[in-house]
Ligand binder design. Structure first.
Ligand code: F6P
Length: 535
């Protein structure tokens, strides 16, 4: 079926799902009691990742119809189109090939694939060289001292992925190297970080796909001024203290970064899919190139699973279809991600960009307004911390929030007793949310309605491979949902208007366009001269 002719709502499966949604809601616990095969059939293994999705508000009929929806949608054709390099990012006429960054050149698809694979391999070797030089103390600053502190300056996809990976894989980090991340244009952030560091031993990694991003360029300018002030190094961007990671080398060159210190990647790598590219330099510096390669390998295994596993046993497809059931049929508009692992504390923020920047769209691929809901609101934080914050609402509030619980079975950085308590809490929460509890006589406040759905995703340990697989799993989940919703998951026009208006506001000229009355009043409030105490 051509996408032009397709709307998910007109498929037979969607109609059937609508009928199921009008029937009384599934009791998950009853399903588990009456269907002895449910736990086996509603679980999927992919290498060292195990997904249990038996605690969801679906019975076999709904699950069957969700799988039928996937088949009746353009998903399979779209998946083929993505992996073979077709320009599926239609509004920017670009291929979407972050998977090519991790396919090891093994099965390149499409006409230009061999050349593409060669370019990817050369970019990877370039990264290996840079990261090894830094890790072995051979990368020297202007005064001949080895680099010990690295600041990645970037925002959005040029920050979140590398920052998450460095934290998640801190078990593998080289002890004598410190990697910092500066994203926000809030000056307090960069100034307090710089104040702790020795400029002679500091390397600035300017990470920006476009090399035009306001926040990144201003933070970078502040770092350039710091080198000048602290060690008398003018134009530090031209020195070995600056490296650029970009898909726009011309802009980095014009900025003054030495050609030899520009690591490129292709424009078919979306910003929020870029941690596998040169944007991952800080990861390779922190955990070493071999571990970085292992991360790519884990993602590659998930790519292969996504391409070959039958739909009913396909992990990204399962997560996506369950999300569609909740969002489009049960009208549940938020989705919580709760890792029971402190090193994954940035995962919810990372997934917010991945999911909400990809699928927060209301126009179909062919320009029509959608008449169904699309991307959910993603939120969350680590357990057990969340248990002492928002879990009250999850258990007894008026809303129902589907949850992804995520944990590592083993954690060499932890202590066996701590880890037992951590994982015991996760299992207890999933079970309590589903099973609920009747209120004792006269104590209605102790009523737990239960029947709250969750997925549980276990990985053997938080290794580079499993981390790579985990991120690729969510990338493909987002892709499957976008395919079924018939939207372009790979552009982000929604963020442009605010950027443009900020520039207009900041232009500070008499010809500045007048904003709405509310914003004008706030603007005047911000720019009015500060009154002193003696007024
Ligand atoms: O917020 C919009 C966005 O374009 C993201 O998609 C991207 O990750 C981020 O800005 C940073 O862009 P760049 O890497 O070009 O600096």
């Amino acid at each position: 079926m051509k996408s032009q002719e397709y709307s998910p709502c007109t498929t037979p499966a969607w109609q059937q799902l609508q009928r199921c949604a009008n029937a009384p809601r599934i009791n998950i616990l009853d399903q588990l009691k009456t269907d002895s095969q449910r736990v086996d059939d509603f679980s999927i293994t992919c290498d060292e990742l195990f997904l249990d999705f038996s605690k969801n508000s679906v019975d076999r009929e709904i699950w069957g119809q969700l799988l039928a929806l996937a088949e009746q949608s353009p998903l399979l054709a779209h998946r083929h189109a993505m992996f073979s390099g077709a320009p599926i990012n239609t509004s920017e006429n670009r291929a979407v090939l972050h998977t090519a960054l991790r396919d090891n050149g093994s099965e390149p698809a499409g006409e230009s694939a061999p050349e593409r694979a060669a370019v990817v391999q050369s970019q990877l070797s370039h990264m290996a060289l840079f990261s090894q030089k830094i890790r072995t103390g051979q990368w020297l600053g202007h005064t001949g001292k080895a680099i010990t502190d690295i600041i990645n300056i970037g925002i959005g996809g040029s920050d979140l992925g590398p920052k998450l990976a460095c934290q998640a894989l801190s078990e593998y980090a080289q002890p004598n190297l410190n990697v910092y991340f500066i994203a926000n244009v809030d000056g307090a952030e960069i100034l307090t970080t710089l104040a702790k560091l020795d400029p002679e031993r500091t390397l600035i990694v300017v990470a920006s796909k476009t090399f035009t991003t306001q926040e990144t360029l201003l933070n970078s300018a502040t770092a350039i001024a710091w080198f000048d002030r602290e060690m008398g190094l003018a134009d530090a961007q031209k020195s070995p203290h600056f490296v650029a990671l970009t898909a726009n080398p011309a802009n980095a060159l014009a900025y003054g970064i030495d050609e030899k210190r520009i690591l490129e990647f292709a424009d078919w790598v979306g910003g929020r899919y870029s941690l596998w590219s040169s944007i991952g330099l800080s990861i390779a510096i922190s955990i070493g190139h071999e571990n970085f390669q292992d991360m790519l390998l884990g993602a590659r295994k998930m790519d292969a699973h996504f391409q070959t596993a039958p739909l009913a046993q396909n992990m990204p497809v399962a997560l996506a279809l369950l999300g569609i059931w909740y969002s489009n049929f049960m009208n549940l508009q938020t989705h919580a991600v709760i890792p029971y692992c402190e090193r994954l504390q940035l995962l919810p923020a990372y997934l917010q960009q991945l999911d909400m920047e990809s699928n927060g769209k209301a126009t179909t691929l062919y320009g029509d307004p959608v008449d169904y809901t699309t991307g959910p609101i993603i939120w969350g934080q680590t357990g057990t911390n969340g248990q002492h914050a928002f879990f009250q609402l999850l258990h007894q509030g008026t809303r129902c929030v589907p949850i992804d619980f995520i944990a590592a079975v083993k954690d060499p950085l932890s202590d066996p007793q701590h880890h037992r308590v951590l994982l015991g809490n996760m299992l207890a929460q999933g079970s309590a949310l589903m099973a609920g509890q009747a209120a004792p006589d006269g104590e209605p406040h102790r009523y737990y309605p239960g029947n709250k759905p969750s997925n549980t995703l276990l990985m053997d340990r938080l290794s580079p491979q499993n981390f790579g697989a985990l991120i690729a799993l969510y990338e493909h989940k987002v892709f499957v949902q976008g395919s079924i919703w018939n939207i372009n998951s790979f552009d982000q026009w929604g963020v442009e208007l605010g950027k443009k208006m900020a520039n207009q506001l900041l232009s500070n000229t008499a010809s500045r366009p007048i904003m709405d009355a509310s914003t004008e009043a706030l603007f005047k409030h911000l720019v009015k001269p500060q009154q002193t105490d003696g007024r």
